[in-house]
Design a protein around this ligand. Structure first.
Ligand SMILES: [Zn+2]
Ligand SMILES: [Zn+2]
Length: 274
């Protein structure tokens, strides 16, 4: 359903988000992916989590971070890459840090052509003595991406009052707007699923408002946002798992998001979840 057609004035608030549609696969180190191998220079130190409260911190330099996502400028022209870069890599620590927020993340922008020799066997967190499956819920299985551009609209409380009244007059079911205006699953930009990240957060460096950069989810979400190409696999089958829980990650009860500074993507990003 095109919400702008049924709610006059809403069209001015449309914004594009890129759904990633990860699916288990074997992405290469120069591809866009979730959880695959990074084009990381063999000569460059692999990032480690140095947080003092990290429960995986055993010895210097801390626990190795895990590759979360790699995106190329060619696949994602809507991302504003800093001058001279065309490859974005995001890593995070899968350890426990005393709370549900602020998972240590590392964001790296680089020029792909400058990576001539790729690190073949990056270090991995030592989980041998840990509870099986506990930390693994934050380690994505390698997935290839199928980017899809869709239109989203802001949270109802972020709309001007007159427009909000029109939305409420139309939305007799009370949750139609919320479900149709923002996409679940894995996406770049757009609007976070309501309640998954706090609103009004400011950049810790420059105080500019933060924006959703990357939404991570447990799966692809319910029927309203299903891709036609996926068909309707039966619950519990391998085909279902491929479509609805492709990365195998369990973020939380709902999605979480990496928030970036709206003024400068070079400023620290923070991760929030429900
Ligand atoms: Zn850590
Ligand atoms: Zn900033």
């Amino acid at each position: 359903m095109d919400l702008a057609q049924v709610i006059p004035g809403l069209g001015a608030y449309a914004r594009t988000t890129v759904r990633l549609h990860p699916r288990p696969g074997s992405p290469g180190p120069r591809d866009s992916h979730i959880g695959g191998p990074l084009a990381w220079p063999a000569s460059e130190a692999w990032p480690h989590c140095e947080a003092a409260d990290c429960d995986l911190y055993l010895e210097d330099p801390g626990s190795p971070m895990v590759a979360l996502v790699q995106l190329t400028a060619a696949d994602f022209p809507e991302i504003t890459f800093p001058d001279g870069t065309d490859l974005l890599q995001i890593l995070w620590c899968v350890g426990y840090h005393g709370g549900v927020e602020d998972v240590p993340c590392r964001v790296v922008w680089r020029r792909a052509a400058e990576v001539t020799e790729i690190l073949q066997e990056p270090p991995v967190p030592d989980l041998e003595d840990e509870l099986p499956g506990f930390y693994e819920t934050y380690i994505p299985r390698p997935c290839v991406l199928h980017p899809e551009r869709v239109i989203e609209y802001p949270w109802i409380w972020d709309l001007p009052e007159d427009l909000r009244d029109r939305v409420q007059a139309w939305d007799q079911d009370k949750d139609q707007y919320e479900q149709l205006s923002t996409a679940p699953g894995f996406k770049i930009g757009g609007t976070a699923i309501h309640g998954s990240v706090p609103s009004g957060l400011k950049c810790v460096v420059c105080d500019a408002p933060t924006v959703l950069f990357l939404q991570l989810d447990n799966g692809e979400g319910d029927g309203r946002w299903c891709a036609v190409e996926d068909g309707q696999p039966d619950y519990g089958t391998p085909e279902y798992e491929q479509v609805y829980t492709p990365t195998g990650m369990l973020i939380d009860v709902g999605p979480g998001g990496l928030l970036a500074c709206s003024a400068d993507f070079g400023h620290p990003v923070v991760f929030h979840r429900q």
